[in-house]
Design a binder for this molecule. Structure first.
Ligand code: ARG
Length: 596
């Protein structure tokens, strides 16, 4: 379906043409003075320069041509030459009735692209912390929006499972349990089926191992030597692992297995799920053919023992260092696995797009990787590589969010705190069982968390303010849900003893009704924009504005008890709004309770 603004614009373009001007001047935009009109066209002002005529005259000519168009209720010229437009009620109503018949609100679907979304990016053996919240929330929404537009979308968690942190965990396990079969050189038997450690053990082990590689300012020589040795061993373990050495590789598989199980449970709490649970390690088999390709192209060379590819371009304003494809000793690093993963995705999916939802501080890494991937032709030249860098979630002090005692907050803890806050704010006058209350506070808590994140532009930092996010008023998830629940309960009440006769809305009587229809008529445009710009915040803004208009309508119009001739239409209107809210929150990644 054409967007409502496009239909208005077509009329204006035609009028400009008929008056002897280029049609480009007929561009229609939303009014920047909503108190004066709903839409506007400023084309006469620019046309005036080109045609050396007063803008007012041009605008008058154009408006004369539009006077009888059914689309306009009002079209008038305001000095010096703005054209102000109000849409006609009949046209608007017809448009909304057409939307009712459309499964996807009249959005135009894309041409079935294959899109890989790389998001989540948790690291094995480390707990999920607040830093993993944004990629999970944003990635999930981007994935759902792309699916809505009929693309084949593959969400990949891209686990961090192949780097030095794995070598460190193995080193610490080896120090604690040198007797394990995994570390016996000539072991021939079977390794234990059940893991010899739990996720909680691993979560304690990684920071412990990591701290052993660091020394304080006043460290003795002996302490420095020990830390170096420990680090060197971890490096060796990483190299063994990447060569899939027996024992080391088997131990690693167990670590990955139990970590993934735990991660899956945690992501489930966020209602985030992945189609693929691959990790950096899965790309290892592509490293060799990839390097070979780079050698054949003559673009890779040795530098300080490492293998690198130049990626600087003449237009760069800052130095872009060569992309390190392999570390010395042929060890894979972060760039290696990202490059090999691109090759793997190309072979497995031949994607049109790969979207990376990653901390914006990693931008340089991705500039290097993308350029290197293009130069080495491991990705189809028409495929797009998109870096969607997100900003930091800060505390009220404007610094990266921390726990009260300055540590990194675990994601589970954060979710619990939000749910608790929602629980405390729940209306105690409502009759509810304790279980129901807890269930509802989880649903609303997740909405609070996700909406707060997604309502910001992805690249911006934002301040995590639990009180604000969980409020029932203002631009929050709970406010959106509250509105939707209100609509649902009105509809339920109606459907208890009635049914609708026809699925159509009548022309609006009150201004607020027209405002509501106008907002509804723009939902398809909002969805298309949020899709094309990878901008879920547009959906957030839209839902908030729709909720506000609806709540005013609710105050002014007697929906069930008013004019009986309008009852059917009111119900159809509410059902459509409900559909929009449900679709919108689903694309943002959360649900609504039946009551709250
Ligand atoms: N594991 C990485 C980290 O913790 C994030 C991974 C992002 N995705 C990627 N393809 N590099 O920083």
């Amino acid at each position: 379906m054409k967007k409502i603004i496009e239909l208005l614009q077509e009329k204006l373009e035609k009028a400009f043409l008929e008056c002897g001007y280029e049609k480009e001047y007929g561009k229609v935009i939303e009014s920047n003075r909503p108190d004066l009109s709903e839409f506007q066209c400023d084309g006469a002002l620019s046309a005036a320069k080109k045609y050396k005529k007063a803008p007012f005259i041009i605008a008058e000519e154009v408006v004369q041509k539009c006077k009888d168009c059914e689309e306009f209720e009002k079209i008038e010229v305001i000095k010096p030459g703005f054209i102000n437009i109000d849409i006609s009620k009949s046209f608007l109503t017809k448009y909304c009735n057409d939307i009712i018949e459309e499964e996807k609100f009249g959005c135009i679907m894309d041409k079935n692209k294959t899109v890989v979304v790389d998001y989540g990016g948790p690291n094995i053996a480390k707990p999920l912390h607040v830093g993993h919240l944004r990629p999970a929330i944003i990635g999930e929404s981007i994935k759902r929006i792309h699916k809505f537009f009929d693309n084949k979308v593959i969400g990949d968690v891209h686990l961090g499972d192949w780097g030095l942190q794995m070598g460190l965990v193995i080193e610490e396990l080896k120090c604690r349990h040198p007797e394990w079969d995994y570390f016996k050189e000539d072991f021939e038997g079977e390794y234990p089926k059940e893991a010899l450690f739990t996720v909680a053990d691993l979560e304690e082990i990684y920071p412990c191992a990591s701290s052993k590689t660091k020394v304080g300012e006043n460290a003795t020589e002996e302490e420095i030597r020990k830390a170096e040795e420990y680090k060197e061993n971890a490096r060796k373990n990483t190299a063994y692992l990447q060569k899939k050495k027996k024992g080391y590789y088997d131990l690693w598989k167990k670590i990955v297995e139990i970590s993934i199980k735990d991660l899956k449970e945690n992501y489930k709490k966020l209602d985030v799920d992945f189609d693929l649970w691959l990790g950096e390690s899965d790309a290892q088999d592509y490293v060799e053919p990839m390097v070979k390709k780079m050698q054949d192209l003559g673009i890779i060379y040795e530098s300080d023992g490492a293998m690198v590819v130049d990626v600087e371009e003449p237009s760069d304003k800052t130095t872009i260092n060569p992309c390190m494809v392999l570390k010395s000793g042929g060890v894979s690093c972060y760039q290696t696995t990202d490059l090999a993963t691109i090759m793997q995705r190309q072979i497995d999916f031949n994607p049109d797009e790969i979207i990376y939802v990653v901390d914006k501080r990693q931008e340089l890494h991705f500039i290097q990787v993308f350029r290197c991937a293009r130069k080495s032709e491991i990705i189809d030249k028409d495929a797009e590589l998109i870096f969607l860098g997100f900003g930091t979630m800060n505390g009220k002090d404007g610094k990266p969010f921390k726990t009260r005692n300055g540590g990194v907050m675990r994601l589970e803890k954060l979710i619990d705190e939000v749910n608790q806050k929602v629980y405390e704010k729940m209306d105690s006058s409502k009759e509810m069982t304790e279980d129901e209350k807890l269930e509802i506070s989880k649903i609303v808590g997740l909405a609070a968390l996700k909406y707060a994140d997604l309502s910001n532009q992805i690249s911006k930092d934002y301040i995590f303010d639990i009180d604000k996010f969980t409020s029932l008023e203002g631009k929050t998830g709970p406010y959106i849900l509250y509105t939707l629940v209100r609509i649902k309960s009105i509809l339920n009440k109606f459907y208890e003893n009635n049914n609708i006769s026809e699925n159509k809305v009548l022309e609006p009587m009150e201004n607020i009704e027209k405002e509501l229809l106008l907002k509804i008529s723009k939902y398809n445009q909002t969805l298309e924009e949020s899709y094309l710009e990878n901008a879920p915040y547009r959906i957030c803004n839209y839902l908030y504005e729709l909720a506000d208009i609806f709540n005013t309508y609710y105050q002014k119009v007697k929906i069930l008890q008013g004019n009986p001739d309008r009852l059917n239409s009111n119900i159809v209107l509410l059902s459509l709004i409900k559909r929009i809210f449900e679709n919108g929150i689903n694309l943002l990644g959360f649900n609504a309770p039946d009551r709250m």
